[in-house]
Each structure stands twice: as C-alpha cells, then as structure tokens.
Design a protein around this ligand. Structure first.
Ligand SMILES: C[S@@+](CC[C@H](N)C(=O)[O-])C[C@H]1O[C@@H](n2cnc3c(N)ncnc32)[C@H](O)[C@@H]1O
Length: 219
C-alpha cells in the first residue's frame, strides 16, 4: 500500500550524492562500528517527541554523540531555519546571518568515521547555502559569513571517539554577549563529565563576520 511520508535518510543522502543505501554503507561498518543510519520518518517521530526543545536555537544546545553523516542534525537545522524564516524579515541580512550562525553554533556532533564527519559538514553547509540563496541576493553575499559557517562546523561537528577518546574531544561553547557578537569558551569533554568546569581557551567577543578569520583575539 502506498505510504505517505515515505522519504528516508537514504533518500535524503542519495539526493546529495552521499553513499548510504538501505541505511548502511557496508556490512563491515555495521559489524565494526554498529553503523546503521536512521530513517527520516523515525527521525521526525523522535524529534516530535522532544516538544520542539531542539528548535530553540538560541538556548538549546544539542549534542549527537554518534552523529553519523548527520541525519538528525540535518533535520534539526532544517527545522530551525524554518523558524528563522518566519521570525526574521527577508531584507534583514545581518539578523538572518546572525540567526543562522546562532542556530548552528548550538548544535554538536561527534563521529568516529572521517567520511561521516566530512559528509555531515557538507550536508549542513549545503542546507545553509540553499537557505541563504533564498534569502540574500547574490550581490549582497558575504564570503565572511561562509567562513564563519565553516569555522563553527569545524569546532562543533568533529571526529572523535566518544567511548575511548573523551580526553581528546573539546567542545566550543558559543555565547552571545550582545547582538552580532560571539564569545567562545572551549571545554574538554572529560572535564565536563568529571564536573571540572574550567575553560581551556577563551576567545573575546568577536563580530560574527570575523569568527572565521585568523585574527580573532585569544587570551
Ligand atoms: C547506529 S549509527 C547512527 C548514525 C546516526 N546517528 C543516524 O542515526 O543516522 C552509529 C554511529 O556511531 C558511530 N560510532 C561508532 N562508535 C563510535 C565511537 N566510539 N565514537 C563516536 N562515534 C562512534 C558510527 O561511525 C556510526 O556513524
């Protein structure tokens, strides 16, 4: 019988040229890493159970500890962008850009497989690219915004071993001291778990268009 809502993570991956078919990449990877990708219908059902907490892009930080190629993060970002579309007028480029970066900066993912992390970066970036094109005329496009997107993806969606490598995983917390600025504090996962709340690195308030640059002041 034909079913509504039959799109799967497989479909959404293959649409973007990714390498997932029938929820797996290879039998070896299923055996060695337990790698089975979740279907889009299940993801939507699970997210619907969280009473939309994941959509609160300013205050709700989300970590997917075995994010694969980003199936959950992709849907969360799409939902957050749908809210931004409703909340912010199209002509307001600064607010749109800052909201997108805020939404991305409160999302985290870790996976042990490099190709998964690469695909996750590409998928999240392409969703932002598409949204941006719909909202910002080409002549107003700011490359610095996309540098900032790449920087947040680098810090937040990372390669790591969540079982045996927690001392090597660092999370960057982005906070907003005032409009259009981010402060960054970096914490080691193992310290957070042990209740040691000391930041390893702090980056002063930096305008959002400068966070992808190399000159952000560290202290
Ligand atoms: C069941 S899949 C789920 C992927 C994704 N969350 C989804 O729902 O489509 C499990 C993922 O965990 C990753 N993984 C396995 N062991 C891991 C570890 N020790 N640390 C981090 N990721 C790991 C695998 O590479 C795989 O992508």
């Amino acid at each position: 019988m034909p079913q509504k809502n039959k799109r799967t993570a497989e479909d959404s991956s293959s649409r973007k040229g990714l390498s997932v078919r029938k929820g797996i990449k290879s039998r070896d990877r299923v055996r060695n890493r337990g790698e089975v990708f979740t279907e889009l219908r299940e993801i939507n059902n699970i997210l619907d159970l969280t009473a939309d907490a994941h959509r609160n892009y300013k205050d709700q930080r989300i970590l997917e500890p075995a994010c694969g190629n980003g199936n959950f993060l992709v849907v969360i970002l799409e939902r957050r962008l749908a809210d931004i579309k409703k909340a912010i007028k199209k002509k307001n480029q600064d607010d749109t850009e800052f909201a997108i970066l805020t939404a991305l900066s409160t999302m985290y993912g870790v996976d042990i497989m490099p190709d998964n992390i690469k695909e996750c970066h590409e998928r999240l970036e392409s969703i932002i690219e598409k949204f941006y094109k719909e909202r910002v005329p080409t002549k107003n496009r700011r490359p610095e915004f996309f540098d900032a997107v790449k920087e947040i993806l680098r810090t937040n969606i990372q390669l790591g071993d969540m079982l045996n490598g927690k001392e090597k995983i660092y999370f960057v917390e982005y906070t907003v001291p005032r409009d259009y600025y981010f402060v960054r504090n970096e914490y080691r996962l193992i310290d957070l778990e042990l209740g040691i709340n000391s930041s390893k690195k702090r980056i002063r308030p930096t305008h959002y268009l400068k966070i992808g640059g190399r000159n952000a002041n560290e202290h």
